[in-house]
Design a protein around this ligand. Structure first.
Ligand SMILES: [Fe+2]
Length: 455
């Protein structure tokens, strides 16, 4: 498939409009989905922090008394119970003011100095509770530290870290829902954009088809007007314009036809007038036409071709209109310049016929009816099969009529003499196959005439 074919659908207004609406829809939905996801993430994170703060402050208030009484077992019990109540607590510790871990959910770390994990500080409450976010390889942690005080005397602090697994799961659930909504919106959007663009571009497509049909000369019925808006008014104007163009074109076509018919009639009259200029050639073209039609039928030409052949015969010597009487009607033998001028009647004929489009098809027969099979004829010296069939047929019929008509310089030849003459010129002046058929035809006609002499 070529690049032009691949791009062809994208050149349609309907496709362009659909793509535009779709792009707009996808980008809007995507932006809204991302914003919704961010807002939801922030809310869930706040919930996680709030819960961790509550747990941490609760533990700090419970740890005050055991710390004063140095009840490490009691502290241990508190840490154990709180951590056991929430599976998302990763670790929990109670640290004394000197930074030493008194109790840790990981008992091995008891007694170690407490080192705050490196993370991003998020907030600090009025009671001194701080919140940090510690990035992790998978989920990350939220670490909360609440001070333990008794009568405003600092006794230490509770450190509690929760993982953000709840956040991740909530995110996943929210993302699935958003993707589902996104998919549904997209589906509805695609269907709507296709329907909308189809509805909007229908009048444009109708107009486009109308213009194409008008260009090809096929448009006859007015276009359907779909609306009363700008496109509707444009369609109405197009219909008015089409009606005007069609009327004018029909008139022009009628005038052109009348003009051509008049020209054809004139040429027919001219052809008859040429024959009538010389008493010896009176009716010559008509006789050539009748004989040529006989040969054409013998060759199996169809009716349409026979009709063309008949008109070509009537026109074959029309060029003689330009030959002066001093040459055309000369009783004596023509000298060389006169002969040359006489020969030009084939070219003059072609020139006359070239003035009307409907007569162009007769030009080959008229121009070449004096070509010889061996290439020594005129005006172009065509030979063999290069000579058009109609021209070759006319050539035989023309010769026969000339030989069987009286001329000022000789008497008409008999049928037998003519047939012998034509047979003798086969392969020289005439196509041998065509000449043989023509002589056969003449013989049959003579035989018929002999059998039915009264006709
Ligand atoms: Fe001729």
């Amino acid at each position: 498939m070529t690049e032009k074919n691949i791009l062809a659908p994208f050149k349609k207004i309907r496709v362009k409009a659909s793509l535009f609406v779709l792009l707009l829809l996808v980008s809007t939905t995507l932006a809204f989905s991302l914003i919704a996801l961010r807002i939801m993430n922030r809310r869930i994170l706040n919930e996680v922090i709030k819960r961790a703060e509550t747990l941490c402050r609760g533990t700090a208030s419970m740890a005050g008394y055991p710390l004063i009484s140095q009840d490490l077992l009691g502290l241990d019990n508190i840490v154990y119970r709180i951590k056991g109540s929430s599976p998302d607590i990763v670790y929990m510790a109670i640290v004394n003011p000197g930074g030493e871990i008194l109790v840790h959910s990981d008992t091995k770390r008891t007694g170690e100095p407490f080192r705050p994990a490196a993370g991003e500080f998020l907030q600090k409450a009025e009671d001194g509770t701080t919140v940090s976010e510690i990035p992790g390889p998978v989920r990350g942690l939220i670490e909360v530290r609440s001070p333990i005080a008794f009568l405003e005397k600092p006794l230490g602090s509770v450190v509690l870290a929760v993982n953000k697994s709840i956040l991740v799961e909530a995110q996943k659930e929210a993302r699935d829902k958003i993707l589902l909504v996104f998919g549904l919106l997209l589906l509805v959007g695609v269907a709507s954009s296709v329907l909308l663009s189809s509805f909007l571009t229908k009048p444009v497509r109708e107009l486009s088809a109308g213009v194409a049909e008008l260009k090809d000369g096929k448009r006859r019925r007015p276009l359907h007007v779909y609306s009363q808006d700008e496109l509707g008014r444009l369609t109405e104007s197009f219909n008015d314009m089409t009606a005007l163009i069609t009327t004018q074109r029909d008139s022009l076509s009628r005038y052109a036809q009348d003009l051509e018919e008049a020209y054809v009639s004139t040429v027919r009259v001219l052809a008859a007038a040429i024959d009538a200029r010389d008493t010896y050639t009176l009716g010559h073209s008509t006789r050539v036409a009748l004989l040529s039609l006989d040969l054409g039928r013998d060759l199996g030409l169809d009716p349409a071709r026979l009709e063309e052949l008949e008109i070509a015969c009537l026109f074959h010597d029309v060029g003689k209109i330009k030959i002066p009487d001093s040459i055309l009607l000369k009783k004596d033998k023509l000298d060389t310049p006169e002969q040359r001028e006489m020969m030009r009647h084939t070219e003059y004929g072609a020139e006359i016929l070239s003035k009307a489009r409907s007569l162009l098809k007769y030009i080959p027969a008229v121009r070449h009816h004096h070509e010889w099979y061996d290439g020594t004829g005129y005006p172009d010296g065509l030979n063999g099969q290069k000579i058009p069939l109609d021209a070759a047929i006319i050539s035989l019929a023309d010769m026969y009529d000339a030989m069987t008509s009286d001329r000022p310089y000789r008497e008409a030849l008999s049928d037998e003499e003519t047939q012998a003459e034509i047979a003798g010129l086969a392969g020289k002046q005439f196509d041998p196959e065509l000449a043989a058929r023509f002589v056969g035809l003449l013989k049959r006609k003579t035989a018929d005439f002999v059998r039915r002499p009264g006709e």
